[in-house]
Design a protein around this ligand. Structure first.
Ligand code: PLP
Length: 363
């Protein structure tokens, strides 16, 4: 019977894409070899990357004054790259913290630029036991910043920010775990980045969408392969790119387009998340600690009220074909990651399992 994989990342990819890729491992594009075995500068591969960018631009409605870069190093490489690319000549930046990943981004920024170059505002408060985001009025914050950084979806904590950040400085956003899960207005951002291994493709790759004028900011000395301008000037091929990851990402973009694009996905993702949160709210057996307006639609964190049953829950879920539900080691509990590739049927099956488990163990 079908298995549903709720891993936070690397996460499940669309089944149709994986089946196509499996066939193409033997013969891609009639070349008699796989895409992994050809030159990144071949006309066939360039056709692939051109199409990938075109489809991504359509899917996200990316304005013409933005560059799309395919880079190495996953999400964390961009924690470094935004600092080295934008904070030359003693530049300063403001970081908003909302959980584990935004905190990691700050740590990295301070490591490179120095503690004094980075200011920080914690934007999560606890109201009646629930975590909620309170965005500060950035127009009333004093400071000369090159950018303000935030993480739109905290993968570990299950906290998502749906509001647009209004800011006098360019907004740099970590969209690793929420990109293409709902519609956004790209023109509100100076730079968007995302590690690929949730809604895009295999790990290692990161996608950067950067507004043209951001490339004029003074940078620190850095590795050429991590320089946004050099990457742009070389069509993301200053060195050999991760070609297989790029190919799979291109296939995921085509798949997403074929199922109706980001708008259709937004509807499905909100149905999936609502179903699961409804189950958690209705059964006193489970709880979630995030205020409704900031509950992540991608990473649904929840706890068993009696955490002595955690191991048994995970074992029985696994036996029922529901895998990788264990929460992140830092926060414990459970986490169901339900990215674009997770079908509604997977969430329905999880909900049925949770109801049955609660029935069996409620006193
Ligand atoms: N940012 C967010 C929101 C993430 O969820 C992750 C990884 O899960 C990262 C950054 C780091 O990505 P990577 O492991 O590709 O460096």
């Amino acid at each position: 019977s079908a298995k549903y994989n709720f891993c936070a990342g690397p996460a499940m990819l669309p089944q149709a894409v994986m089946q196509k890729a499996q066939k193409e491992l033997i013969d891609w594009n009639g070349l008699g070899v796989s895409v992994m075995e050809i030159s990144h500068r071949s006309k066939e591969f360039i056709a692939l990357t051109t199409q990938a960018e075109k489809t991504l631009r359509e899917l996200m409605n990316i304005p013409a004054n933005y560059h799309v870069l395919f880079m190495h190093g996953g999400g964390r490489a961009q924690f470094t790259n935004v600092v080295t690319n934008f904070l030359g000549d003693n530049g300063r930046a403001l970081y908003l913290t909302s959980g584990q990943w935004s905190s990691s981004a700050i740590k990295e920024a301070k490591r490179i630029a120095g503690e004094d170059s980075i200011d920080e505002i914690n934007i999560v408060e606890t109201v009646e036991g629930l975590h909620q985001v309170k965005l500060p009025d950035l127009h009333s914050v004093d400071g000369d910043y090159r950018y303000v950084h935030y993480c739109a979806n905290e993968t570990v904590d299950g906290i998502e920010i749906f509001d647009t950040i209004e800011s006098p400085w360019p907004v740099v956003a970590d969209l690793s775990s929420t990109i293409m899960s709902h519609e956004i207005d790209v023109s509100k951002f100076g730079l968007i980045y995302a590690g690929a291994q949730k809604n895009i493709g295999p790990s290692g790759l990161s996608i950067v969408i950067v507004r043209d004028d951001m490339l004029n900011l003074p940078s620190l000395v850095q590795s050429s392969i991590m320089d946004y301008t050099i990457t742009k000037d070389n069509d993301s091929m200053f060195n050999t790119p991760p070609t297989f990851a790029w190919y799979l990402a291109a296939e995921v973009f085509e798949w997403l387009k074929s199922v109706g694009g980001v708008g259709a996905m937004e509807k499905l993702n909100s149905d999936k998340a609502n179903l699961l949160y409804q189950c958690i709210d209705e059964l006193p057996f489970y709880k979630n600690g995030v205020a409704v307006q900031n509950r992540s639609r991608m990473n649904v964190t929840f706890q068993l009220v009696d955490n002595n049953l955690d191991e048994q829950f995970l074992a029985e879920a696994q036996a029922a074909g529901l895998v990788a539900l264990k929460g992140h080691r830092i926060v414990g509990g459970m986490r169901a990651s339900i990215y674009n590739a997770m079908p509604l049927a997977g969430v329905q099956k999880l909900v049925e399992f949770m109801q049955a488990f609660a029935n069996k163990h409620s006193k």
